[in-house]
Write a protein that binds this ligand. Structure first.
Ligand SMILES: Nc1ncnc2c1ncn2[C@@H]1O[C@H](COP(=O)(O)OP(=O)(O)OP(=O)(O)O)[C@@H](O)[C@H]1O
Ligand SMILES: [Mg+2]
Length: 391
């Protein structure tokens, strides 16, 4: 029996990457500009949970490394400052660098935060040079810019660029975002590009940190349209000689609503239910539904809901109450007015501001437009209904 070709997961590379040609072309143009010595603006992919931002960043990284770039990935964690992120990117990707850039990197002279990049038997690594402990109060900015400038000079000599692929950008603390954006602004003419990813409210967050961020190129990573969604389900199976019954395919497309993660999950469970049959039928998809729901309820959804405090849960539950009263037909991701939530809770908007912001930071809701709120995780409202015994 052939192995299941579907890849539900976080950042799990799909066997066939569908529908991201425009974004890949954008990055390829950006790389052309940089290699020609022209300035370029950072690119930031934004989108809801599970649309494929991480997957796309990995693909972009692979593409740029094929061109000889130094391109490394970093997922931001709270309380990590940009210097540490950049150091990790360089250390992890330096081994893959080629040509003149690799030679320059091995020659040394790259240090950041009192650590020096060295080439050892196991590859590149950072070793602590100075014995002096890092001064916590020191401004991390000058060091970061100096480091990236040296790196940029090497890359330019090698005719390539350096790509910092930074995922979950919204997790940076405000002052860290400010340092990163300010550094990028100072490095505009260097062959250093930030290709970031994060939740939809990133654009406004970054612009608040520094006006240079208004010139970033924000690319919305959206759900796949019907034909791309169909290809994401049909093509991986077809390469293994398995086909989809038309009605079964239709059903998966309806259930997943274009979200890549859901497409992978429903297709994967249907594949397993078909147990090696040459054709996946509607009955297999129906058999997959409870399995998918169990996985979501125990994993993706529960993990997020459980992270909420008592007060935050009350807020989220009330959003669903308001959604049910105002837009009962919007099952996927209903939008509700924060004013209506406040009314329902009998509180003022400012009394609820902190709670709302905390839930936003936890990546569960975001504001798609002034005064509006939306769940960042598709299907989350339905989960809250189940969890609170309303469905
Ligand atoms: N273009 C695509 N075609 C088919 N499947 C995809 C595509 N992009 C992503 N996937 C699949 O969708 C799932 C989610 O992808 P990924 O983790 O990259 O999303 P994300 O936007 O980074 O989510 P999160 O916001 O939770 O980090 C994975 O299972 C991946 O294999
Ligand atoms: Mg991701």
């Amino acid at each position: 029996m052939p192995l299941n070709p579907f890849t539900p997961g976080a950042g799990t590379r799909p066997s066939i990457l569908i529908g991201r040609e425009p974004q890949l072309a954008l990055v390829s143009n950006l790389a052309d500009l940089v290699e020609a010595g022209r300035p370029s603006n950072p690119v930031v992919f934004t989108g809801l949970r599970g649309v494929g931002k991480t997957t796309l960043l990995h693909e972009v990284g692979a593409e740029l490394r094929r061109r000889g770039w130094l391109a490394g990935y970093y997922e931001v964690r709270r309380d990590v400052e940009p210097g540490a992120a950049v150091r990790s990117i360089v250390r992890d990707s330096a081994d893959l660098a080629r040509g003149k850039l690799r030679k320059a990197l091995s020659a040394g002279g790259h240090s950041i935060d009192g650590m020096t990049l060295t080439l050892g038997p196991a590859g590149f690594g950072f070793t602590v040079q100075s014995a002096g402990a890092r001064d916590e109060a020191a401004d991390p900015y000058p060091e970061l810019v100096r480091f990236l400038r040296v790196l940029g000079r090497d890359a330019r000599q090698g005719g390539v660029g350096v790509a910092l692929l930074v995922d979950e950008l919204q997790v940076f603390r405000k002052r860290d975002v400010a340092v990163l954006v300010q550094a990028l602004s100072a490095l505009k003419d260097e062959p250093i590009v930030l290709i970031g990813a994060g939740l939809p409210y990133l654009a406004s967050e970054l612009s608040k940190a520094n006006t240079y961020a208004e010139r970033f190129r924000y690319e919305l990573i959206d759900r796949l349209d019907q034909s791309d969604a169909a290809a994401a389900v049909v093509d991986p199976a077809l390469t293994l000689g398995t086909t989809w019954d038309a009605a079964a395919l239709e059903r998966v497309l309806e259930l997943a609503d274009g979200y890549p993660y859901f497409l992978q999950l429903y297709a994967s469970e249907s594949w397993d239910a078909a147990a090696g049959a040459a054709r996946i039928e509607t009955e297999h998809v129906e058999a997959a539904i409870p399995a998918v729901r169990r996985q979501l309820d125990a994993g993706l959804y529960a993990a997020r809901y459980d992270r909420l405090s008592e007060r935050e849960r009350e807020y989220v539950d009330t959003m669903v109450t308001v959604a049910d009263a105002t837009c009962p037909d919007m099952v996927g991701s209903p939008r509700v007015e924060s004013g209506a939530v406040a009314d329902e809770l009998d509180k003022s908007l400012s009394q609820l501001g902190t709670t709302r912001d905390r839930i936003i930071r936890k990546g569960i809701i975001h504001s798609p437009a002034y005064g509006l709120l939306e769940f960042s995780v598709p299907g989350f409202a339905d989960y809250v209904r189940r969890r609170t015994g309303r469905a």
